[in-house]
Design a protein around this ligand. Sequence first.
Ligand code: GDP
Ligand code: ZN
Length: 318
Amino acid sequence: VSSAQANYMRVVVEKAAPTENTSSSIVGVELLCVVRAVLKKIKRRVLVGDKVLVSSIDWVDKRGMIENVFERSSEILDPPVANVDHLLVLFSFEQPKVESFSLTRFLVEAESTGIPVTLALNKSELVDEETQVAWKAKLRKWGYQPLFCSVESGVGLDSLAFILREQTSVIVGPSGVGKSSLINALRGSKHGPEEDNWLSHIEGSKWFEDQRVGEVSIRSGRGKHTTRHVSLLPLSGGGFLADTPGFNQPSLMRVTKKSLAQMFPEIRKMLSTNDPAKCSFSDCLHLGEPGCVVKGDWERYAYYLQLLDEIKIREEFQ
Ligand code: GDP
Ligand code: ZN
């Protein structure tokens, strides 16, 4: 599924059953699909990025019906995208100024998805070399290999494009750091801006009206355009980039007291290299318990404690 608007999905064909009566080149053909009602009834939501089984294909009008959803390797909810391979956490050196605790919250939220994370700082042309060197050293100690870029000057965009190649990626970060600017700078040539509102092409057509009737009866009165628009943009180096940036308010809802430590590369490293590589207590929260192998002599330990308090309070009230 390459994009979704309301209950309509665009599906790029990867394979067709040999019995399908098709011309030779169906790979890459885009079908406009609706989701079979039974999938909605069992609350099987179809997300952009999903691999789906399509039936009732009309190869002339390029229409079809989504019958089933294959198992996902990952799933994020903001924006709703399945099978994401890679999260790019984007901050900016200035305007707004990168701040360590806020950056940590985003990194923890990103790590909690289980999807590999890359960190990039934008607007590098606004700061001097010295500032960049200092941030690089700091972020390396956190366990990241940061990329510095400037959508304004073009610096670092090649390296970013290289990192994003052949993967499905979502850019996340606070507002104003340049996420939309970066998406526009990286988007492949296949999809022009006029493609953004493809639903308007079919709105008003007979087919659209027919499908909409079915939709309203299933959803009994709920608004028809409730699904947030999201598309996967094909990148020139292969791979896809979601056109909608992700979570700009990390909720940390997936993170528990116990799992928080795993969201810090520093702690992961201490747990994997220390001998014995385990704290004495299996439920150790690394607060100075006897036999704890996680010491407090690293920059973000204070942030770990602060987030742990926040999560404890949330869990008590749940
Ligand atoms: P988003 O909220 O993260 O999507 O950020 P936007 O892409 O809307 O960008 C916010 C502002 O930052 C806009 O005025 C952009 O023109 C500006 N901007 C984006 N990239 C750069 C950059 O590399 N350098 C500078 N100086 N400004 C940038
Ligand atoms: Zn411990």
